[in-house]
Design a protein around this ligand. Structure first.
Ligand SMILES: [Fe+2]
Length: 294
């Protein structure tokens, strides 16, 4: 039996945390054979109207990790989120661990560095993160091997993280009745998103898939877990025999109707800095609102 086959049989324990303000699901993923864990896509709470940042969502994760005596080794961002702010530095300060994201963060930093007219102090080399992953890279959470799959399309720096029989899909896919994420942000591409989704759908049928978002379409309860087999059969955007051409047409028409996420302006500025809030010339935490730039 090959290592890859053995790997897919490993079943990490997955604990989900739903942030109702941004419809984000964060995860603690625990190595089945040690106390090591990773956190995927944490949330820092923001009241944008008040310019106030708090940590209720991240505190639930901190409490769970402490209560269960877990060791946080990795703090993973599946991409530079546009709809919520990351709590990665807050988790790292309290629990340790390395912050990891796709090496394509450099491209995202270049794009949004221009849009937000960042000065030379803003490094566009990914150095704010502890680890930059390339497609196919592996890392370990305790004894458990994690492998990354580059899945650009929603953004250039999107990655799916596969840990044992579980895959954390970020915004590559939504639940079968939710379809897929938009592909119209700067650097997004609907055709490339379709190709990336095919990579996820080619994982073993029984792979557990964990979503980053769910909006409870048609009034159903919030859900975040499905399987490759279910997505392949039933996903309303890419399931069955949906073609690349029909997907691109649907995605492009639909994206043209969508408003910008409420937190996109603060989220991008913070998340492209690995969750650090930028400061003004006097060193005070502060955000910009570029006009007519997005
Ligand atoms: Fe996203």
């Amino acid at each position: 039996m090959s290592d890859t086959k053995l790997n897919t049989l490993e079943q990490p324990e997955v604990m989900a945390f739903f942030d109702a303000q941004t419809n984000t699901i964060s995860y603690i993923v625990k190595d089945p054979s040690s106390t090591a864990c990773a956190v995927i896509d944490s949330v820092m709470n923001m009241d944008y109207a008040a310019g106030r940042i708090t940590f209720e969502s991240a505190d639930e994760i901190v409490k769970t990790i402490k209560d269960q005596g877990l060791e946080l080794q990795w703090i993973i961002e599946t991409h530079v989120h546009a709809d919520h702010l990351s709590a990665a530095p807050y988790l790292q300060e309290q629990l340790g661990g390395k912050i990891g994201i796709s090496e394509k963060i450099i491209q995202v930093q270049d794009t949004f560095g221009k849009i937000f007219n960042e000065g030379t102090a803003f490094q566009r080399d990914g150095s704010q993160f502890d680890a930059l992953f390339e497609d196919g890279d592996s890392y370990h959470v305790g004894q458990m091997q994690a492998t990354v799959i580059a899945t650009p399309g929603h953004t250039p720096a999107c990655m799916v993280h596969v840990m044992g029989d579980a895959a954390f899909v970020g915004d590559t896919l939504f639940m079968p009745d939710g379809g897929s994420a938009r592909a119209d942000f700067p650097g997004g591409d609907a055709g490339i998103l379709y190709d990336s989704i095919q990579k996820v759908l080619s994982l073993p049928d029984e792979t557990r898939l964990f979503m980053c978002h769910d909006y409870g379409p048609n009034g159903r309860d919030i859900k975040w877990e499905t399987t490759v087999a279910e997505e392949r059969a039933f996903n309303i955007h890419v399931g069955g025999d949906a073609t690349r051409e029909s997907f691109v047409k649907m995605r492009t028409e639909r994206d043209a109707t969508l408003a910008m996420p409420k937190l996109i302006i603060p989220a991008l500025q913070v998340n492209m800095r690995a969750g650090e809030v930028p400061t003004d010339e006097d060193g005070h935490p502060s955000l910009k609102v570029p006009i007519n730039s997005l």
